[in-house]
Design a protein around this ligand. Structure first.
Ligand SMILES: [Zn+2]
Ligand SMILES: [Zn+2]
Length: 372
């Protein structure tokens, strides 16, 4: 018999989440049982709710959890019960890619993050006696308790409210990592961000930290652009403005050093690429449709421009999340301005508000989770 805990089950594609009791395994080798205090909701959760997983349901989603370690399995080093942790994406930390420090592109990353099972194919939770997919990003954090792996848990200062920093595990680290780690943007350089959701806004906050001379933001919503300005954007543009690319290139005297696509649209990627200057870099962060393709000007590419896909900001969460926590404590990465808290039971309202773009980053507060 496992430990009875509560989890939000998705039982049909596009359907509501239903909170029910499930049984959670004891931690296996390398695993930690974490009592979840809070979990952010990321766009990838919504994409999987809409059927991106193509696997049998039910599934327990959620991959921006934070909480307190309750128990550890065999072979776990560096964690003990009582530790506060932020959970991030899984990497095996043993393959060729991981050995090179490129953890987001781990050879076992797909199995460990997107299959809904552990990398070995097993499931940590049972519902009505049957195993259910419950290891999404090796956490499935839409639950009161989860099994994470020591490779995707990051120890944090226990005095920081976990509800505030829970969303650092995916969306925020993706946007901030792209600027600070993938681009290594230098003081005085220019950045353009397409899409002012949590990922794009994190990139804007990070660009301000790095001392960008100019930060351009593009979005369909005037409200989001106002928020972008508050967080550091120097120039904002509505996405449907005619002649937008030309306006941006003129304003930046020939284009920006870096552009970020945070939407996952071929048209937007083309736009982002077109506003870079010669030798500039355009990064793709948005999750595209499975068969999406893009066309580019080969002449523009030949001018030293780069186009690069970036997963999870290219960061090692074990080093980068503590860095963001420290920046937040200094008031330089105010992610709480983007968050809106919901009780766990209101998960469907939170999803609705995120889809309606009423909430930038909904954060679920687990019953009794609180802070350390
Ligand atoms: Zn690996
Ligand atoms: Zn995510």
């Amino acid at each position: 018999m496992g430990l009875p805990v509560r989890a939000a089950l998705l039982r049909e594609v596009g359907g509501p989440f239903v909170i029910d009791e499930v049984e959670l395994d004891a931690p296996r080798e390398g695993e930690l049982r974490v009592r979840v205090a809070a979990s952010g909701i990321c766009h990838t959760d919504l994409t999987y709710r809409a059927g991106a997983g193509r696997f049998p349901l039910p599934v327990v989603l959620g991959h921006e959890g934070a909480g307190v370690v309750e128990a550890v399995g065999e072979g776990v080093t560096g964690f003990q019960p009582g530790d506060a942790v932020v959970l991030s994406y899984f990497s095996c930390r043993g393959c060729r890619t991981c050995a090179g420090g490129h953890f987001p592109y781990c050879e076992r990353g797909y199995a460990g993050n997107f299959s809904g099972s552990r990398p070995d194919g097993s499931f940590p939770m049972r519902w009505r006696g049957e195993p259910v997919r419950s290891s999404f990003f090796h956490q499935s954090s839409f639950a009161t308790h989860v099994l994470a792996h020591q490779h995707n848990a990051v120890k944090v200062d226990g005095s920081v409210p976990l509800e505030r920093i829970a969303p650092l595990g995916c969306g925020f680290q993706t946007g901030a990592g792209a600027v600070l780690e993938a681009f290594r943007l230098q003081r005085g350089q220019q950045l353009a961000v397409f899409g002012a959701g949590s990922v794009g806004l994190a990139a804007i906050m990070a660009a301000r930290v790095a001392g960008a001379a100019r930060i351009l933001a593009v979005d369909l919503s005037a409200e989001r652009l106002e928020l972008a300005r508050e967080l550091g954007a120097t120039d904002t543009f509505l996405a449907d403005e005619p002649g937008l690319t030309k306006t941006m290139v003129t304003l930046t005297r020939g284009g920006v050093d870096f552009a970020l696509e945070c939407v996952g649209s071929p048209q937007v990627l083309r736009q982002a690429f077109d506003v870079t200057r010669p030798l500039g870099t355009c990064g793709l962060l948005g999750l595209p449709g499975r068969d999406a393709e893009v066309s580019l000007s080969m002449t523009a590419l030949l001018m030293g421009r780069r186009l690069v896909g970036i997963l999870e900001g290219n960061v090692d969460p074990k080093a980068f999340i503590p860095r963001l926590v420290a920046l937040n404590a200094e008031g330089r990465f105010p992610l709480e301005k983007l968050s809106r808290a919901y009780p766990f039971e209101a998960i469907n309202d939170a999803v609705h508000d995120m889809e309606a773009r009423v909430a930038v980053k909904p954060v679920l507060r687990m019953p009794g989770g609180g802070t350390t």
